[in-house]
Design a protein around this ligand. Structure first.
Ligand code: ZN
Length: 151
């Protein structure tokens, strides 16, 4: 990774950490998921509002390190309006990015999320970056059990 790209990635993470998108509680959420990473002290709650198989609203609250917060901020920005299938596809792409198992070129799908790639050499930070995404997957699975085919 060249220095220019690294600086850009760092800027994206700092921006999302300082100005997290969708950082609020949601009173009428369909699903709420706790996302905790005690090793780092990251502790969030992810809110999902689902209708007709889509994420119509998404938000989060809590506190933690810059990586975890930036990751959740980008997650929400990318997934508002997404279908369950699109959300799970993005989860898989991010998971592959963070574990270094990327197959083919998923840059187009990942976009800004590629800024998280730098953590893959630091197992502790991989947990921070993936925290919100595991909560998302858990939330979608829980909603499927609860609401069945309508979501
Ligand atoms: Zn963290």
């Amino acid at each position: 990774m060249n220095a220019e790209l690294r600086d850009l990635y760092q800027e994206i993470i700092i921006d999302h950490n300082n100005n997290p998108r969708n950082f609020r509680a949601m009173a009428d959420a369909s699903i709420q998921v706790e996302a905790d990473n005690p090793l780092c002290g990251d502790s969030y709650r992810l809110y999902l509002k689902l209708a007709q198989g889509r994420i119509v609203d998404i938000s989060f609250q809590g506190s933690g390190c810059a990586i975890s917060k930036a990751s959740l901020s980008m997650l929400g920005e990318r997934l508002r309006g997404a279908s369950r299938v699109q959300a799970l596809a993005l989860f898989e792409a991010v998971h592959a990015l963070l574990t270094g198992e990327t197959q083919g070129d998923s840059s187009a799908l990942l976009g800004e999320l590629e800024a998280l790639a730098g953590v893959r050499h630091y197992p502790m930070r991989v947990k921070c970056a993936s925290l919100g995404w595991h909560a998302l997957k858990q939330g979608l699975a829980a909603s499927a059990r609860e609401i069945g085919d309508r979501v």
